[in-house]
Ligand binder design. Structure first.
Ligand SMILES: [Mg+2]
Length: 338
């Protein structure tokens, strides 16, 4: 069984934070937080949240977080909501829940450890500090088994490009895409879609229309027993944006955010992965994420895209310490072989 130190160390290494619940009881949390602030100089990320803010949804916890409950907070795990329906705080908190208590109970927590004193807590923190300095990196462990990925742009690669298409009935697969995806799956690759959808951010396509078009594309693939393993889209667009268009600029190609999220989720081996897109920004985004093999699919705008890529290549050549940029032009999807 994992020790409390291991659970906290794993949380930190995988990007979670410790969540302390502020309460009106004995001022235990101040004493618990003091060593985190002083001895650790914020090496252990933590937040303190008011119960009412968590219950109202003002703040949320995430799957990777660890929420700590102490002996005198046991009632928090069973609370009455305004509508007086019995509800457990456990149900509105994402993440693992850990309770330090000697009371036996059927509470919705993942781990129970004996109640601790302030001195006991300091001892736990000292062990965590040692573990963080000398222990193995869980992050590397979690990413040890990496698999290459075929990254695909959507418009002009998976489906024919209809600018700002909002009609599911007009979706048509590109010739050769099913064979290409099947080839990648047979070779053990993941297949992932990374698509800029500024039409949502510009207010020209609604989110529901986008969803319908997306599902039609997936249904057409499914009809041919083909599939895409994961999909990311970015609605961000500079200027003229509706609210959707202001969200998460780092995702929009040529930035590499969508690739990084897929990489985290699917544990992709970027150095053996492939990007196929019809825009310079597809290849530049993939390159900045570390994708090694870059292919520009022929389209009406191919000359302009090649020009942009050559300029980008030229800039990188002046920085020999950076990974250089190479790409190939692909006439048709069916010409591609893994
Ligand atoms: Mg495209």
């Amino acid at each position: 069984m994992a020790t409390c130190e291991q659970i906290i160390t794993d949380t930190i290494q995988l990007g979670g934070v410790l969540v302390f619940i502020k309460d009106q009881g004995p001022d235990f949390s101040r004493e618990l937080l003091a060593p985190l602030r002083t001895d650790f100089e914020n090496q252990i990320p933590f937040v303190v949240r008011d119960l009412k803010d968590l219950r109202s949804g003002k703040y949320k916890t995430r799957a990777e977080d660890l929420i700590l409950f102490f002996d005198h907070q046991i009632d928090f795990l069973h609370i009455k909501s305004e509508s007086s329906i019995e509800s457990s705080l456990g149900q509105i908190l994402q993440g693992q829940r850990i309770l330090f208590s000697d009371k036996q109970s059927e509470l919705a927590v993942d781990h129970i450890f004996p109640a601790i004193t302030v001195a006991g807590w300091s001892a736990i923190l000292a062990n965590i500090k040692r573990e963080l300095v000398s222990g193995v990196s869980l992050y590397e462990y979690a990413n040890a088994q990496e698999v290459p990925c075929l990254f695909l742009d959507r418009d002009n690669v998976v489906v024919h490009n209809i600018p700002y298409n909002r009609e599911a009935s007009q979706v048509e697969l590109m010739p050769g895409i099913v064979e290409l995806i099947d080839q990648a799956h047979k070779k053990g690759y993941w297949v992932a879609l990374v698509t800029n959808q500024s039409g949502i951010g510009r207010g020209r396509i609604s989110w529901l229309e986008y969803k319908d078009v997306h599902q039609r594309m997936m249904a057409l693939l499914a009809e041919q027993k083909s599939w895409i393993d994961d999909c990311m889209w970015s609605s961000f667009i500079e200027n003229e944006a509706v609210t959707e268009g202001r969200l998460r600029p780092s995702l929009r190609k040529p930035r590499s955010g969508m690739f990084q999220i897929i990489h985290e989720k699917l544990r992709t081996k970027l150095s053996e992965s492939i990007m196929i897109g019809d825009s310079a920004s597809d290849l530049i985004a993939a390159h900045s994420a570390g994708v090694a093999h870059l292919f520009l699919l022929h389209s009406e705008k191919v000359s302009a895209e090649i020009q942009t890529l050559k300029e980008y290549q030229g800039k990188l050549q002046k920085k020999p310490q950076w990974t250089q940029f190479h790409f190939q032009v692909l006439d048709k999807l069916k010409d591609f072989s893994l």
